[in-house]
Design a protein around this ligand. Structure first.
Ligand SMILES: [Fe+2]
Ligand SMILES: [Fe+2]
Length: 223
């Protein structure tokens, strides 16, 4: 039997590598194999997996369920696909059995993985999610969009959508901070809320520093 983590990582790697190469329209050639310039989906997902391994012991959530859901929550999500409506949670759920069949993942836990994946979308919650495994996946996914690693992930893909400048990144970042307030207010679990509050403070200080470096000297010394 294939170890389930290995199967999940392989499924994600194969879909997201191909999608990243399509997205960028160019690839590195390493030993006759094409490698994407930056695989945002894989890097984001790995951050969510790391968060799952951190959060589950603190909340009592089932790590098998949350980590498996973390690996697979965006496994069918394409980068910038404006012509189709976003069904990535449903698409991932539909392919769960196929990915996990023949692995050592307990089949009795697949419905809980599916429930978590189906409820992970959106940047705000009107009420806390249940059960705890579904709540943890939402929290881990949103924590991965806050903090130092998120700056690297967003920065690496920002120029691929359109021509970008440092000032554009500053303005986008400052708009993102407003949405982050809603994310932090929505966290389901106390450890995620505390970590999210720390990460948001870091992001605010990062963009305040960027404004000091990039905009304020120009405003202070007009040509
Ligand atoms: Fe997602
Ligand atoms: Fe995600």
């Amino acid at each position: 039997m294939t170890p389930w983590r290995q199967a999940c990582e392989a499924a994600l790697r194969s879909f997201s590598d191909a999608d990243s190469i399509r997205f960028w329209g160019v690839a590195h050639e390493i030993d006759d194999v094409q490698a994407p310039i930056f695989n945002y989906r894989f890097e984001h997902t790995f951050a969510v997996v790391k968060m799952a391994r951190w959060l589950c012991p603190l909340t009592g959530a089932d790590l098998d369920v949350v980590e498996c859901a973390a690996w697979l929550h965006d496994v069918r999500k394409r980068l910038k696909d404006p012509h189709s409506k976003d069904t990535h949670a449903q698409d991932a759920s539909a392919d769960l059995d196929e990915i996990l069949t023949g692995t050592d993942f307990p089949s009795a836990k697949i419905p809980a993985v599916r429930h978590a994946i189906m409820h992970h979308v959106g940047l705000k919650l009107a009420k806390r999610l249940e059960p705890i495994e579904t709540a943890c996946l939402w929290d881990c996914d949103k924590l991965s969009k806050l903090g130092a690693a998120s700056l690297i992930h967003f920065g690496c893909i920002s120029g691929a959508f359109q021509p970008i400048t440092t000032e554009d990144i500053l303005h986008r970042g400052e708009s993102w901070l407003l949405l982050c307030e809603g994310i932090v207010a929505s966290f389901n679990t106390e450890p995620a809320k505390a970590e999210g509050t720390r990460r948001l403070a870091f992001l605010k200080s990062h963009y305040a520093q960027l404004r000091r470096e990039w905009v304020e000297p120009v405003e202070a010394c007009p040509p």
